[in-house]
Design a protein around this ligand. Structure first.
Ligand code: ADP
Ligand code: MG
Length: 238
């Protein structure tokens, strides 16, 4: 089953043409990484998938359904940003459950999902703490937990590790990879970091200046880059 399809997606802000004829598919359960230099349109693309921005033209399908007109909350997606964007006045439990309460989930369902997610993320001991009492890595885990409890069809990550120091970045990257295996979920992950792309992805989409340069597995791109840009960007000798 195809989890996500982008068909001839374009996005302009006024005169500025940011996304140019993006075509690609994500299969169910796949971990797909969009990689490219800063400013190439990665965040815009995630925001178009999430429905936080409208595509100027083209089609976004999630689970086979065209969602161009569907509001973000009805798309079955959950997004994790680079800034954790936790609510400072809510404790960890409060941050993780807010969206579920807004959805009108029952207390029992909410509790079960919080237990499950906090166990997966080693946050069981921190449920009563406030964001200011947590480390950067713990905050990012809460932000991920907040996505997990919603049981989305599709996870969207926008450079989730870029505010963490090098050691934490590696740890959290391994945790995200483990989560992908445990949940079997479909994940779309954006980064400008080649290592993250090469180590996390089933499939990499290389973006440059709003266009898809190449799509393939890490090995395909490494061994068979379509051009100098991909070769240079993914660090293989050409
Ligand atoms: P990336 O995430 O790859 O660094 P972005 O998607 O944030 O890139 O930005 C791509 C381009 O789109 C940039 O040139 C940026 O200035 C422009 N852009 C992004 N959002 C807006 C907006 N709301 N209005 C105008 N231009 C925007
Ligand atoms: Mg960005």
């Amino acid at each position: 089953m195809t989890a996500l399809t982008l068909k001839d997606v374009n996005k302009s802000f006024g005169e500025v043409h940011v996304l140019k004829d993006i075509n690609m598919e994500v299969e169910e359960g796949e971990f797909v990484v969009f990689v490219g230099p800063s400013g190439c349109g990665k965040s815009t693309l995630l925001r178009v998938i999430a429905g936080l921005e409208d595509a100027t033209s083209g089609e976004v399908r999630i689970g086979g359904e065209v969602v161009n007109m569907t509001p973000p909350s009805k798309r079955g997606i959950a997004m994790v940003f680079q800034s954790y964007a936790l609510y400072p006045h809510l404790n960890v439990r409060g941050n993780m459950t807010l969206a579920l309460k807004q959805e009108g989930q029952s207390k029992a369902v909410i509790e079960e999902r919080v237990q499950k997610a906090s166990k997966m993320l080693n946050l069981e001991a921190y449920l009563d703490r406030f964001p200011s009492e947590l480390s950067g890595g713990q905050r990012q885990r809460v932000a991920i937990g907040r996505a997990i409890v919603r049981e989305p069809k599709l996870f969207l990550f926008d450079e989730p590790l870029s505010n963490l120091d090098a050691a934490l970045r590696m740890n959290t990257r391994l945790e995200i990879a483990a989560l992908h295996r445990q949940l079997g979920a479909t994940m779309v992950y954006v980064t400008h970091d080649q290592t993250e792309a090469m180590t996390l992805a089933d499939k990499i989409v290389v973006l440059r200046d709003g266009r898809v340069e190449q799509i393939g597995s890490p090995m395909e791109l490494y061994n068979n880059p379509a051009n100098q840009f991909v070769a240079g960007f993914l660090g293989s000798p050409s």
